[in-house]
Write a protein that binds this ligand. Sequence first.
Ligand code: NDP
Length: 284
Amino acid sequence: MDKIIDGKAIAASLRQAIAADTAKLTAQGTTPGLAVVLVGEDPASRVYVSMKEKACAAAGIYSDEHKLPAETTEAQLLALIEELNRDERIDGILVQLPLPAHIDESKVLEAISPAKDVDGFHPYNVGRLVTGNPLFRPCTPYGVMKMLEATGVELAGKEVVVVGRSNIVGKPVALMCLAEHATVTICHSRTRDLADKVRAADVVIAAVGRPEMVKGDWIKEGAVVIDVGVNRVGEKKLVGDVDFAAARERASAITPVPGGVGPMTITMLLYNTVESAKRRAAGK
Ligand code: NDP
């Protein structure tokens, strides 16, 4: 087996399965629907939203776009979310972050119905993940789990070290590994002897946002390395949080950047939307 974990190929095969499920649901009268809400003109957000729309179209998912001006008030945004919560064609609601400073982000995320919270950021869904009974799992960490599964990595009893404790990646991926019976260590900026912690890991998951900070000689011989980081260096080059060239010499399997975790995030958004549509079709 090639030791490079090919995120593009894993995402492509998942997207095929998602498109097949969507076609089946549509034939039975339930077309999965995703509402995407963008407030303001942030160029990176516009790119992400257009990628999400294209991915929906390719999978046969109905996408309902709401591009609102930067001066949209919090009340107007909350009213739109209420409308989408009631809209029966919509199985998932995604509010593109960040929101303009005058809008309270957590208030908006908490207004989304937990049954349509395909990003998995609502405290209800976070709570269900913590208690081991998840409804929606956040997309990037869920993508990491699907990659480990596709690579045949068995987590039960393994030492997993997660570097980073954000709500969108580090914490949820740690909980998901715990649910798979790994022994999980979560590291962050105040962790002492980070290199030694990583050296003990059978599986390293880096989600920091610092170019190549995890060094090759921190990787235990034969460890699996998942690099969530995306860091721009110079004009065009993207690198991860792991020194890929050195780490691949020791790892048994490793994700590249780009082409690793990146393509999985939108894939899992589609996946969550279709799972939600299946629940709608089943009347749950
Ligand atoms: P955050 O900035 O929210 O969190 C970074 C985490 O790294 C924090 O917990 C921080 O610790 C920790 N950290 C920072 N410096 C160090 C250090 N020197 N040693 C140990 N830990 C450190 O980032 P995100 O989780 O949102 O994203 C992480 C990376 O993943 C980014 O590169 C981002 O671009 C990428 N990403 C990629 C996605 C994709 O591929 N689809 C999706 C989401 C993110 P502390 O809490 O103590 O501050």
